[in-house]
Design a protein. Structure first.
Length: 132
């Protein structure tokens, strides 16, 4: 495999390890579902559509989301596609550019829709309320 593919696969495995405490069945779609992998969804058996990107340039969330939705419509029957598209779409990005210097850690980000982001903020706020 080429160097970029290895970086991408390693990043995907790291994300899977992060989410396993919540969804123990999380697995790479490369290994478990060619159909889902064809839709540019990298992790299977979870209630999210996750795409992992390890790139020099920050990916365009809108373009990735639109492509994923288009491919789901191609790969799945209408009823299944409709259900699959209800899941929140998440892009995990690892900046591989090292702009901050060779010894600096890579910047790792997560991009979500505003609707899902608000849900996450509400959960965060519930667990981190100001004490009176």
């Amino acid at each position: 495999p080429n160097k970029n593919a290895v970086k991408g696969h390693n990043w995907e495995r790291k994300i899977i390890n992060w989410i396993k405490p919540f969804w123990k069945w999380a697995k790479s779609s490369r290994a478990t579902s060619r159909q889902l992998d064809n839709c540019k969804v990298d992790i299977n058996f979870i209630p999210l559509l996750i795409q992992a990107k390890a790139t020099l340039i920050r990916p365009n969330f809108q373009k990735l989301w639109e492509e994923c939705m288009r491919l789901i419509d191609i790969e799945y029957p209408p009823k299944e596609a409709k259900e699959l598209k209800k899941k929140p779409y998440v892009v995990f990005h690892k900046d591989t550019s090292r702009k901050a210097g060779p010894k600096a850690p890579h910047t790792e980000t997560m991009t979500v829709t505003a609707k899902f982001g608000r849900e996450l903020l509400e959960l965060w706020a519930e667990n981190n309320k100001d004490e009176d």
